[in-house]
Ligand binder design. Structure first.
Ligand code: NAP
Length: 330
């Protein structure tokens, strides 16, 4: 008998790769989407009866997941990926923070009250729940916590996203402590996620937030004297993030807040990779230079646990850009 998993936010960049890998491994998958046309599009792309969808139009409605879960007594695993992934909002609290916290609590409550057969929950958290926003020099590891206050989190979009991920994870921990459910909750903590979309058709136009570090460079033509952004950070390829979720399902880490990080990047380095692999784009050369700075992340325990041979920056960027060029006729 195949195992069956429920995944929230099935339309997402990371979620689609998780679903793809689960289906390849023989699982059945039920995904939650916000409307029927999004669900039908996914069904067409996955093209198997083992993928079905349920509509959950608002993460925050009390009991949002109850009906969807009642319909699927076969599901024993829940992956919660859905949350607003943005650093810009009209109202940081309402649009970013509350959906993250309330969505997570709604998922856990629904499982406890309507799906007692589910014994594993994996939350897609983020490195931002571990970083110290007050100091870029603090070394981040699996045990570290972002100590952002709620008021500071509301003050700008980036802080709101960092707070949202942190508060949602803390809310899940509080739920487990208080409710003692018969499921485990584990968390995966990706750094910025690069890589191709699960389907070429999804690479048309605007890409998801984290791939913007790459796509924003594709308009910097060599004859326009364009300024290269000075962004930097750590990256992981989406296919490895998906594999980490599946590893957590199949061989639980027992409480490790699993960091997924392949390496560091800065914009000029991304541009060099694109120019090396796609000279036909005639992009600016920029000014070759070295990595300005990167936060130190000690992910030794996570690497020992995951044992994934991570996709490197060159391959991740090349695959992302190749798909983007083809999908957009560049
Ligand atoms: P994404 O492509 O923007 O996917 C987000 C998903 O959440 C989509 O399915 C979206 O639905 C859904 N969603 C957003 N707001 C919602 C709301 N208010 N109600 C219901 N559904 C909502 O983002 P992603 O990059 O795949 O991120 C997935 C997860 O990974 C998130 O939890 C994110 O915090 C985490 N993460 C991402 C990165 C990264 O670099 N990408 C790094 C670390 C952690 P629609 O398609 O209908 O909008």
């Amino acid at each position: 008998m195949t195992s069956s998993a429920f995944i929230s936010g099935a339309t997402g960049f990371i979620a689609q790769h998780i679903i793809k890998q689960l289906l390849e491994k023989g699982y059945s998958v039920v995904g939650s989407v916000r409307n029927e046309s999004k669900g039908e599009n996914l069904k067409k792309n996955f093209a198997t009866d083992r993928f079905t969808y349920e509509i959950v139009d608002d993460l925050e409605t009390v009991g949002a997941f109850d009906e969807a879960l009642k319909k699927h007594p076969e599901v024993t695993i829940f992956l919660h990926t859905a949350t607003p992934v943005t650093f810009e909002a009209e109202d940081n609290e309402k649009d970013i923070i509350l959906p993250a916290i309330n969505g997570t609590v709604n998922v856990l409550k629904a499982i406890k009250s309507t799906a007692p057969q589910i014994d594993k929950v994996v939350l897609t958290s983020s490195i931002v729940s571990q970083i110290d926003l007050g100091s870029v020099h603090t070394i981040v590891d699996e045990l570290a916590w972002n100590d952002l206050s709620y008021d500071t989190a509301k003050s700008n979009g980036f802080a709101a996203y960092c707070g949202a991920k942190t508060f949602a994870e803390k809310a899940a921990n509080d739920f487990v402590k208080k409710e003692e459910p018969n499921f485990t909750v584990s968390t995966i903590h990706p750094v910025y996620v690069f890589g191709p979309q699960a389907f070429d058709s999804e690479a048309k136009g605007h890409l998801n937030l984290s791939n913007n570090f790459i796509s924003e460079l594709l308009v910097l033509k060599e004859d326009q004297n364009a300024e290269v952004p000075k962004e930097y950070g750590s990256f992981i390829d989406v296919r490895d993030v998906a594999a980490a979720h599946i590893r957590e399902i199949e061989k639980p880490s027992n409480g490790l807040r699993v960091i997924t990080k392949s390496g560091d990047f800065f914009s000029q380095e991304l541009l060099d990779i694109i120019n090396r692999n796609f000279p036909q784009l005639h992009l600016t050369k920029g000014r070759p230079g070295s990595m300005p700075f990167a936060r130190k992340i000690d992910d030794t325990k996570s690497r020992d646990y995951l044992k994934i041979d991570y996709i490197d920056l060159e391959n991740s960027v090349r695959d992302t850009v190749k798909q983007y060029i083809e999908a957009n006729d560049l």
